[in-house]
Design a protein around this ligand. Structure first.
Ligand code: ATP
Length: 385
């Protein structure tokens, strides 16, 4: 599969279909209403040439509708879509010349490999000679020349993938739009493909938007991730930043597996370098904080966020930790996931598999220095490490 994508890359670098136009996608206050439902709510977003942006969010948050508006398959209720600096909001899907694929896998079963490859070119007004030439060029480089007359049912999995990739890139579109492209693949194939897709798409030097609800897919493939909730974009940032510096409670809880621990607490004291919090349920914890914690006055309600891998088991209770009981132990191979309870909250802890953990035991867990996110009541992050 890795080889497939390298070939696709080479195919495109060599086939001279691009003409060097700048083709950024720009969405301005893009809104879509279905009756009383606002599916996409005033989205502003720019995707640069060669950039891969993943739209990530829970089911129903408006990812596909946003993509369909870029493609021209859905008209916006308000706002504009720009492609290459040109307002295309009133243009039809055909005039926008985008390449939208639903799955790399979806080949037409009744068509041959050659016909599948040529399919996106039908209706482009190209001569048969030009279509044949493009199919020949792509199939040569993707090593499909020997199987051009076969139908998908007669192909091995890897061959199907190569055809699907070839079909996705045979045109010269303004941008690439993919809706859950890997969702039908088995786990192993998906794992192999997602890292490579990014490389290929970047080299096609067109803006690319990938819709996915799979955060691992987004974290691996994207240059930037736009996290959506209820039609709005909550954060647009690099994969590193959405994980390490979530902008609000929603992003913090949505990105990361197992989920970040989120504990309601009250700030009781701070001295600029450290602060003490009373966690709902009675325990207190003293942790290092950013000096700007002084912007919050004692008594402020906050949520403390700490990732499961940033909790560390200690033998004794410590000021920077809390005590809880182990409810469930889940071995995950190299690591173990433990579900803990302090009587009020469920906490997730991930630790090395060698650390002995027994259900029912009492444990003390430290919050590792510099790893606690503090969210204020309006869900915005106060301080990240
Ligand atoms: P999923 O990951 O499940 O595909 P999504 O984030 O892509 O979800 P959309 O498909 O964009 O979400 O849908 C956003 C909201 O708009 C949903 O509540 C959906 O039910 C609604 N919706 C989408 N298309 C239509 C339509 N044609 N008519 C009415 N409501 C629609």
């Amino acid at each position: 599969i890795l080889w497939n994508f390298r070939c696709a890359e080479a195919a495109f670098a060599g086939c001279g279909l691009w003409n060097g136009r700048e083709m950024a996608i720009e969405l301005k206050k893009l809104t879509k209403r279905f009756g009383t439902l606002t599916a996409v709510d005033s989205v502003d977003l720019t995707v640069g040439d060669g950039e891969v942006l993943c739209l990530l969010g829970p089911s129903g948050c408006g990812k596909t509708t946003t993509l369909r508006m870029v493609a021209g398959l859905e008209l916006a209720s308000e706002g504009e879509v720009y492609l290459g600096g040109k307002n295309v909001s009133d243009q039809t899907a055909r005039d926008r010349n985008v390449a939208m694929s639903f799955q790399f896998y979806a080949l037409y079963p009744s068509l041959t490999v050659a016909e599948n490859l040529a399919f996106p070119l039908y209706g482009e007004g190209l001569s048969k000679t030009e279509v044949d030439a493009r199919v020949a060029r792509i199939s040569n480089t993707l090593q499909l020349s020997g199987i051009l007359n076969r139908k998908p049912g007669q192909l091995a999995e890897g061959e199907k993938q190569r055809v699907a990739v070839g079909r996705s890139i045979i045109r010269d579109p303004t941008c690439f739009l993919f809706d859950e492209p890997l969702s039908r693949l088995d786990v192993q194939l998906r794992e192999e493909m997602r890292g490579e897709i990014k490389l290929v798409l970047q080299d096609l030097s067109r803006p690319t938007v990938i819709v996915t609800h799979d955060q691992l897919e987004a974290l691996t493939m994207a240059d930037r991730i736009a996290v959506m909730r209820d039609g709005k974009i909550e954060q647009v940032d690099t994969p590193h930043n959405v994980f390490q510096r979530p902008k609000n409670l929603f992003v913090a809880g949505f990105i990361g597996t197992p989920q970040m621990n989120l504990l309601p607490a009250t700030l009781t004291a701070s001295n600029g370098a450290s602060a003490e919090f009373a966690i709902t349920g009675g325990q207190t914890i003293k942790i290092e904080v950013d000096p700007r914690i002084s912007e919050l006055s004692p008594g402020t309600k906050v949520t403390l966020g700490v990732r499961p891998r940033n909790l560390e088991i200690s033998n004794e209770p410590t000021p920077d930790g809390i005590s809880s009981t182990i409810d469930i132990v889940e071995p995950m191979g190299a690591e173990t996931l433990a579900h803990l309870s302090d009587g009020q909250h469920d906490l997730r802890l991930v630790t090395d598999w060698r650390v002995p953990l027994n259900e029912g035991d009492k444990v003390h867990t430290r919050f590792l220095p510099g790893t606690t996110h503090i969210f204020t009541a309006d869900e915005q992050v106060m301080r990240t490490p």
